[in-house]
Design a protein around this ligand. Structure first.
Ligand SMILES: C[S@@+](CC[C@H](N)C(=O)[O-])C[C@H]1O[C@@H](n2cnc3c(N)ncnc32)[C@H](O)[C@@H]1O
Ligand SMILES: Nc1nc2[nH]cc(C(=O)O)c2c(=O)[nH]1
Ligand code: SF4
Ligand SMILES: [Mg+2]
Length: 248
């Protein structure tokens, strides 16, 4: 049984150790597993190589995009488990693409990892559109949920699933992380927060950007907006440290 992973530039599986760069665990030493494929197609996605065919910027094949072969590596689950257990970190961040699209295989991998290392803390980076099946939900300690606003270019009926947003808002394990580029994006965040009752303590705003200058410029006004609304703000530490580089 297999799992489809993203690849680093030399073509290896995208499994790496780094500081968690975003959200509530920012700065924590972590192990990253990046899976391939997505069900959305954000204009500004910094990992479009996990899902985009050359020249194609739309969801397709019934809403599920696949990476070009060169950017995807299909590994046996046992190999993924072995590679992850070779690292010492006690915190795993699973991301993508959209990692919950491979929930059954991922659940088997996480179950084996937690059996071998019971103290492992598992975070999932998700766009929030997919309901985690119970088999995987019981293995996930923290969800970093990043619902996509209109500037992402996704149709709202694909990106914002009301039942899902309501469920994440109720879950103490779910932290929202909204990517914003303009003050108008923050108006959308405020509307979603009010509609679904998202507590400020579990709501992060994060500047859109893949270079330090853009992030810093946007954080100037975004920090004031966060303060006004009682939201949290997160930087993108990995961009400052390593740039927009695969496997960091
Ligand atoms: C690449 S996504 C993978 C996980 C999942 N598909 C999602 O969107 O949450 C990981 C995180 O990066 C964020 N992200 C992607 N491109 C970005 C950009 N250009 N600027 C800021 N954040 C970005 C996403 O919103 C998400 O929080
Ligand atoms: N260091 C680091 N932190 C991250 N937090 C979320 C990431 C992601 O791409 O999902 C990410 C990433 O790619 N690198
Ligand atoms: S949902 Fe996540 S992986 Fe998919 S296109 Fe958007 S940012 Fe990229
Ligand atoms: Mg990233």
């Amino acid at each position: 049984m297999t799992l489809a992973l993203a690849t680093t530039k030399p073509g290896g599986p995208e499994i790496f150790a780094s500081l968690q760069g975003e959200g509530p665990s920012m700065g924590r030493p972590s192990l990253f597993l990046r899976l391939s494929r997505c069900n959305l197609a954000c204009h500004w996605c910094d990992t479009a190589y996990t899902w985009r065919f050359t020249g194609d910027n739309r969801p397709h094949r019934d809403g599920l995009s696949f990476a070009r072969e060169a950017n995807q590596l299909v590994l046996e689950e046992t190999e993924v488990i072995d590679r992850l257990l070779a690292f010492p970190q006690d915190r795993l961040v699973v991301t993508g693409g959209e990692p919950l699209l491979q929930a059954p295989a991922l659940a088997r991998v996480l179950a084996a990892l937690k059996a071998a290392r019971p103290t492992l803390h598992v975070e999932i980076e998700t766009n929030g559109t997919v309901t985690p099946p119970p088999t995987i939900d019981e293995l996930i300690d923290q969800y970093n949920v990043s619902p996509k606003l209109s500037h992402s270019g996704n149709p709202a009926d694909l990106a914002l699933i009301p039942e899902r947003l309501a469920a994440w808002a109720q879950s103490p394990r779910a932290f929202f992380k909204f990517v914003v580029a303009t003050p108008a994006d923050c108006e959308e965040v405020a509307t979603l927060a009010a509609t679904y009752g998202i507590p400020g303590d579990r709501l992060f705003v994060m500047p859109e950007g893949t270079d330090s200058e853009t992030l810093r410029t946007r954080e100037k006004w975004l920090s004031a907006t966060a303060l006004d609304h009682g939201w949290r703000m997160t930087d993108r530490l990995h961009i400052h440290l390593y740039g927009d580089t695969r496997g960091t």
